[in-house]
Ligand binder design. Sequence first.
Ligand SMILES: [Zn+2]
Ligand SMILES: [Zn+2]
Ligand SMILES: [Zn+2]
Length: 654
Amino acid sequence: MEQITTDKETSINEFKKWKENFDECIKECIKKSSSHDIEINEILKNLALNPATSSINKMTIVSKSKTISAELKMKGDYYFCGGLRKPHESDYFDSAFMEYTKSIANAPPMSHQLSSSYGKRAEILCRLKLYTDSLNDIQQALDNNCPDNQKTKYYLLKAKCLKVLSHSINNDHDINRAYQDAKYWIKNMNNNMRKKYEKLLFEQINDNLIDAGIFKKWNYDKFIPILNNRHVNLPSLSDSVGLKYSRRFGRHIFAKKNIKPGEIIAIERPYAKIYYGDMKLRFCCHCGEQMWSSLPCDSCNIMMFCSNKCRDDANDDYHAIECQVLKFIQKFNLQDEYFIVTRIICKAIVEADCSLDTLKNDLDKIHAEKNPLKRGFVNEIFESNKISSIYSLLGHSVKDNFNSKIHINSILISYLLITKTNVSSSGILNDRNFDNLKDNYMFIWLIKLVQKLILICNTNSLSLVGFGDKPEGLFQGIYTNISLFNHSCCPTVASSTQCDKLILTAIQPIAKGQQVYYNYAQHYRANEKKDRQLELFKYYKFICKCKACEKNWPVELENSKFNKKIYCFFFNYDRIIKKFTNVCNDLSSIVMYCENFKNYDDELPDILKTINDASDVISKLYYYCGKNSSEYLLAVDTFEWFFRSWNTPNLKLS
Ligand SMILES: [Zn+2]
Ligand SMILES: [Zn+2]
Ligand SMILES: [Zn+2]
């Protein structure tokens, strides 16, 4: 089981119990305190009285466990066998892949266990025709303290993968080398194994391994959206839009010139993102690409990376600090929203060279800036990747209202940052026990900062969902430039994703001077007004006054997904409607291609041309039928559905 060492033998479970009991105490503190500052002081005073608080200081969590890794590998073996027996039930192999990946995440670095988990995943990847990924895993199996009696097995697998790949590349030298190595290490096997592998070796050398094809990965290079003219001050937005401020709308984005449907308005990578649950095993936590031969963090079992480069970059940018905090908050069962807050604060601390004093200085300056059109801008630029931009998203009008959970978790994250990482502050002494910290102004400042970041995340982070048959949540991300758009239930831009990049494209003609709206909750076609308004208020704390809400537009379609019956009704209407029908078919076939791209031999249909055609149809319908006509709105819906759906490939392995 888990190895947990503490001086006072306070177990994690006891701590969890204590945390729950403390909930009541905090509620009392909140009730009797007249201000936020007094509230925090009261809570800290009470926490300091409890011995469990200071025990966190001495707690160490060892995330890697040979036993747990071995159990997960066994689970993987079970699914692998199931898959071999029933090769057409594709879920078996996918489950085996996931269990082996978890096993790798949990194995101690440079252990036999890690080597054998990589070895098993290499086998399944080879089976799934992911030969290059299999080769990566074989190399990891060999490099991580591989027992000599296992090496023949891996070199033989290596030769097999290379041999299949030799149909497209010339690698005879590498294949021969792998066979030589396989032969060389056979001496370390026991008699039975030696006989078995001598036979296998002979068979494989004489087998031509006909070209069985290679697993088809989604190719992101097929369509790379680009911003034609980048905005000088808002680097992730197009120059066709600008930033305005008004009391009613706050900061918002408007069209500086007439915008045609199909025009790309924004392309942005998130400041921070956290993949939900097991999605962490499928996507690189740093660059967001789907991965198969992933690498774990050496210290925690939470984050996985697509490459050494991403692992190093992540460690430099945030993970070296974050890792020490995440290990605890994972054990304490904090929800995903605290993972993303931890990511943001760690990134910000690294940006400030690990000095809380520098960070405080920088953020105080943003706070002092009274002009909302300048707040968060550094050298007149609202960067995607700077904490100043994130911090400026804090609405000044929102009254701070924290429940006991936010209080205890923000104190916990701050305390972990102070005691488990190398952050420095001139105001905090080296003796960092809770009793000393409870009155420390820098510690209290850090707690309040974490609380502000929780508020910012609650109202600005987006939940990105994969589409297809069963939509699944992919990740929670926070974007800076894109956070400047206001919401509408009948938006003028639609979003699509490429890895973690969010792309906004105009789906309606937007006249010069008009505000540009994005939809970050529900569309008027998908949900009744009262449901939309409830959700918007619950998550984003505002009452929507968009045109669909004000005029109470009906939900005409069952959902916003394109409905064939309805467009058939308009068939033969006139030339535009005919073209509309054709465009709808083209859009649908692109989406179908994306959902099933592995089963298509031919190339992706021409996306750019289809988008241009759709843009043309929408502009004409707008002109001929009017902006409130069902024809026009249906076309816009279809366009919106297309952007949501077209670039979300099927994740599962089969
Ligand atoms: Zn990566
Ligand atoms: Zn880690
Ligand atoms: Zn609305």
